[in-house]
Design a protein around this ligand. Structure first.
Ligand code: IMP
Ligand code: MG
Length: 337
């Protein structure tokens, strides 16, 4: 096992950041490289009392021994990148593929100023849609054209390939979620790119034959920000009463909450080529599971839920998150191997 992709199985915000951080601490990758759209993503990672949120830097940054890369498929906003590199003190560890697309102030203005994008679709206003449109029109700058990015530039596919040849571990971190994929999601209420595992491989220049595992992260109670269909959505009165209240990392909008969607989980696992599933928020299925780190200590209610979820997904649930902090997790990957 050397190259693993981690992606979101529902509508984003499944807790991929936490899963990536856990796998990083445990598996000790030499490179953690990001795929996905761009700074429309928001990942939250909690280590001890410290909570971090990132939009450009891979969420695996909390594991200090890995190089942090941004693959060529990703859009880079140089201002957001600089802000995060300074705030997190990760200078020297962050590398940007020379071909990454660039988000300019103009892209942000066009995203926020467009009623279609900002109101009908409910975009994050981070400029990603217009930047990807310009990229397709072949009028967008690339990372290598931006002087402030010169110190970060790298050929990310080559760096990854060198490590894989040495049998080192590489994690490819996806962003967003399956339901907002441009190809497979609820079009037109989607983001500006595919978000499935194949796309994350392509974003990083890693051919499909070099991928060993695809971890798809599902939330026990899925959420969605922005507009668009959500078949298992519940009322805010119902989710508030359950104590589930979430706000977007990037836009601070209140997230819509729904029940487990078995059909979506199965379809998502299929297209992602899931080999291992992760479930987050099991403590919302049964509060008694909060913080548990051993499978045998899960309650019957939680195990019953996991059994159904595993049948829906169609592959083993190897990671079960029991709280927001990185160590609040059950990892049974070894027992399944
Ligand atoms: P855009 O990607 O900013 O154009 O937004 C398009 C849609 O995707 C909106 O519904 C956003 O809320 C949603 N979206 C984009 N990125 C994320 C993410 O990282 N998590 C959750 N929703 C996202
Ligand atoms: Mg998020």
């Amino acid at each position: 096992m050397s190259c693993t992709i981690i992606v979101g199985g529902f509508f984003g915000d499944e807790g991929k950041g936490k899963i990536v951080a856990h796998i990083a601490f445990k598996d000790k990758p030499v490179i953690i490289s990001r795929g996905g759209v761009g700074p429309n993503a928001g990942h939250t990672v909690q280590v001890g009392d410290q909570e971090y949120s990132v939009r450009m830097v891979p969420s695996g940054f909390v594991y200090k021994d890995a190089k942090l890369c941004i693959g060529s498929g990703v859009l880079v906003d140089p201002r957001v990148l600089k802000y995060e590199v300074d705030k997190l003190g990760v200078k020297g560890r962050v590398f940007v593929d020379k071909r990454c697309g660039i988000i300019t102030e103009d892209h942000i203005a066009r995203d926020k100023g467009s009623d279609h994008l900002s109101k009908k679709i409910g975009s994050t206003g981070s400029g990603c849609g217009p930047a990807n449109a310009d990229r397709v029109m072949r009028v967008s700058p690339q990372a290598k054209d931006i002087p402030e990015l010169a110190e970060y530039l790298m050929d990310v596919p080559k760096a990854i390939d060198e490590e894989l040849k040495k049998d080192n571990i590489v994690l490819l971190e996806g962003t967003q979620g399956f339901g907002i994929s441009l190809y497979y999601g609820t079009y037109p209420f989607v983001t500006s790119k595919d978000t499935s595992a194949s796309q994350i491989a392509a974003d990083n220049g890693v051919g499909p034959t070099k991928i060993d595992d695809v971890v798809v992260v599902f939330k026990a109670y899925p959420t969605r920000v922005g507009e668009g269909p959500f078949s298992t959505e519940m009322s805010f009165a119902a989710s508030d009463a359950m104590g589930i209240k979430e706000f977007g990392t990037v836009t601070h909008r209140k997230r819509r909450v729904g029940g487990w969607d078995g059909d979506m989980a199965r379809y998502s696992a299929m297209i992602n080529g899931c080999t291992l599933a992760a479930i987050t928020g099991i403590d919302r299925v049964d509060k008694a599971c909060f913080g548990i780190t051993e499978y045998s200590k899960l309650t019957k209610k939680a195990r019953d839920f996991l059994k159904i979820a595993e049948e829906d997904i169609g592959c083993p649930i190897a990671l079960i998150s029991t709280g927001p902090e990185v160590s609040q997790i059950i990892d049974i990957r070894n027992e399944l191997a």
